[in-house]
Ligand binder design. Sequence first.
Ligand code: S3P
Length: 437
Amino acid sequence: MTASPYWIAHKGQPLQGSLTIPGDKSVSHRSVMFAALADGVSRIDGFLEGEDTRATAAIFSQMGVRIDTPSPSQRIVHGVGVDGLKAPSAPLDCGNAGTGMRLLAGLLAAQPFDSVMVGDESLSRRPMRRVTGPLAEMGAKIDTEADGTPPLRVHGGQALHGITFASPVASAQVKSAVLLAGLYADGETSVTEPHPTRDYSERMLRAFGVEIDFSPGKARLRGGQRLRPTDIVVPADFSSAAFFLVAASVIPGSELRLRAVGLNPRRTGLLAALRLMGADITEENHAEQGGEAVADLVVRYAPLHGAEIPEALVPDMIDEFPALFVAAAAAQGNTVVRGAAELRVKESDRLAAMATGLRTLGVQVDETDDGATIHGGAVLGSGTIESHGDHRIAMAFAIAGQLSSGEVRVNDIANVATSFPDFDGLATGAGFALRAG
Ligand code: S3P
């Protein structure tokens, strides 16, 4: 048996330089899915060459879609039309990707063939009834394990009908699954959300020529529409940039420029939270890339102070809490997080993983059902951290290592490759002391 890879992190240099962050994971997944369904060839630039998004592309290849890779960040997708997918001859492996599995559930439910979706250990523990429930209301037949987890066994050949769905959970994955099924359903499908979530599916479906009405927290489309091929430019992933925003904010003497980062307002809650805590982050060179706002983010070290994170920001920074917890540990005073119970059902239970890991390094953290209070300002000590196979927990503790008086070992880092394969290369290039073992 080979030992799973780990990092040793310790104090490095002040962070300096200008970084290009890889493509957005959410946008990359959707770009391949929608391009596969279009009537002709679409080109994708800035595609995230990560394990999650490669898994999604491989699934469409299994269903007969030709996808060329002229360079690692490009894909040419030969779309087969909404009715052109072929029955796969083996289970479809979504890897670690909740986005892949949940969105595909909506799409596969509407196909004339049966399919089975499986995932890795972490994905196999994640709740799927949030998508199979509304899809069943539309007429879909999908079996889960008894506790609502994967594998998903999709029985094809069902006639779907549109629904009006008030989602109880603020989840772009749930909304997108229902909209994708809605493309194949009789009549109209509409989704409302308790808090607005990222609207990439809506924006991209429109770019592919689908008539769709949407505004924050609401989306509505008619079934039976076709997709017109189009070219997609994927912006740099704000959630990957987030680790460098926090690292440069807390490592004295740092100044980093992160080039052309995607600034969709449903993703940038961390910017507001860090600014509340006293961070020095400016936006330069505002532009539009593939219909999304982008800007260079220039971040300089600033002494942070604790803050109460407004609950309204939670959905807009749902993937950024591991990084935020490290900023909170470095800040003077207490940071309070509430209304974030969704963190317990991400790639790991992120509230527990962050609280336990920070405590190992000597930080006092009081965990609640839906959040935590982080008592910041102490010098971090040494210790061994379990990432629980969660890419974002691993990267968060790589930053914590830069603040440690000793060494931080981060176990089980292989899944960093799901979202940010060259994280350690970019990080060490900027000044991190981080080596893999
Ligand atoms: C995503 C939506 C969010 C987010 C995930 C990506 C998407 O999940 O946490 O990383 O691409 O739609 P939920 O829909 O579960 O909130």
